[in-house]
Write a protein that binds this ligand. Structure first.
Ligand code: SF4
Ligand code: SF4
Ligand code: SF4
Length: 257
C-alpha cells in the first residue's frame, strides 16, 4: 500500500529563521547564500507578511498541470508524492513554467544546456524512509513531514483544539485537486498571497473540459503533441546514429529522409 507523503506547514509556528532554506540548499548542493525568492538556487524561500512568514516551494500537486502539459514526459508524478524532473528528456519548451498555477519552476536561461529547477521533495530521502531536509531542519515544528492522511488529521486537530488561533481552512487539502504541501494559517490565506481562486478541480481537467467543447481541438492537440514527440524522438535517434557513425559502429544510411 502506498502512503502518500506530504508536509504540513503551520505558518503560526514559523519564526523566519530560514533553516528550511539552508537545509534544502545543503541537501541539494546549492550555494548557501540566503535568498528571499524562489530561484535556480533556492528551491524554497520565505515571504514575509507583517509578522508572518510563508514558505514557498513546489506544491507537488496531486494532478499537476506541469506534468499534463509536458509534451515529452520530462515531469512525472510519483504515487508517493514527488513531482520529478528528468533533464535528459526535457526539450526546453517551458510549457511547465506557463502552466504552473503557483509560478514555481525556474529556467536556466543562461545555460547552454538549460534545465528546469524546483523543489524535488527530497525523493532520495523519502525512498529511505527519512523526512525531507527542510522538515528535518525546522527547529519549531513549523514544517512537519509525514503521511498526507495523518497530517490532515493533525491539521484538523490543531484547528479544533485552538479555534481562535487558525482560520478553518487547510490550504492544499483540496485546492487544484489537492497538493502535497498543506498549510495552516492564523489569518485568511488571501492576506498571505495565496491564490484562493484556483478552485478544487485539478487544472488539467479544467483544460481538457474546456478544450472538449471546442470542435476538433482535442484531435488537433493530439496531432500536435504527437508531432512534438516525433521530432524529439527523431532528434534523439539522429544523435545516436551520428554518434555511432563517429565511433565506426554503423554504416551511413543512404536515405535518411
Ligand atoms: S506547483 Fe507547479 S511545478 Fe509544482 S507540481 Fe504543481 S504545477 Fe507542477
Ligand atoms: S522538500 Fe527537499 S527539495 Fe523541497 S524544499 Fe524541502 S528540502 Fe528542498
Ligand atoms: S526552519 Fe521552520 S521555523 Fe524556520 S523558517 Fe523554516 S519553517 Fe520557519
Amino acid at each position: 500500500m502506498t502512503h502518500k507523503k506530504a508536509m504540513l506547514i503551520d505558518i503560526s509556528l514559523c519564526v523566519g529563521c530560514n533553516a528550511c532554506q539552508a537545509g534544502c540548499k545543503e541537501e541539494n548542493g546549492l550555494p548557501p547564500n540566503e535568498e528571499k525568492y524562489l530561484s535556480l538556487t533556492a528551491y524554497t524561500a520565505l515571504s514575509k507578511y507583517n509578522d508572518l512568514y510563508v514558505r514557498r516551494m513546489c506544491q507537488h500537486c496531486d494532478v499537476p498541470t506541469c506534468v499534463s502539459v509536458c509534451p515529452v514526459g520530462a515531469l512525472t508524478k510519483s504515487g508517493v508524492g514527488p513531482v520529478s524532473y528528468d533533464g535528459e528528456k526535457c526539450i526546453g519548451c517551458r510549457y511547465c513554467l506557463q502552466a504552473c498555477p503557483f509560478h514555481v519552476p525556474k529556467y536556466e536561461w543562461s545555460s547552454t544546456k538549460p534545465s528546469i529547477r524546483k523543489c524535488k521533495f527530497c525523493p532520495n530521502r523519502l525512498a529511505k524512509g527519512r523526512p525531507t531536509a527542510c522538515a528535518e531542519a525546522c527547529p519549531t515544528g513549523a514544517t512537519k513531514f509525514g503521511d498526507r492522511d495523518e497530517l490532515l488529521i493533525e491539521a484538523a486537530r490543531r484547528i479544533n483544539a485552538e479555534p481562535g488561533k487558525y482560520v478553518t481552512r487547510i490550504y492544499g487539502e483540496q485546492d487544484v485537486g489537492g497538493t502535497s504541501m498543506l498549510y495552516l494559517s492564523p489569518v485568511p490565506f488571501e492576506e498571505l498571497g495565496f491564490d484562493s481562486r484556483l478552485g478544487k478541480i485539478p487544472m488539467p481537467m479544467l483544460t481538457m473540459s474546456a478544450l472538449s467543447k471546442v470542435p476538433n481541438v482535442l484531435s488537433v492537440g493530439g496531432v500536435l503533441l504527437a508531432g512534438i514527440w516525433w521530432i524529439t524522438n527523431r532528434r534523439t535517434e539522429v544523435q545516436a546514429h551520428e554518434s555511432a557513425l563517429k565511433q565506426g559502429k554503423t554504416q551511413p544510411q543512404e536515405d535518411d529522409e
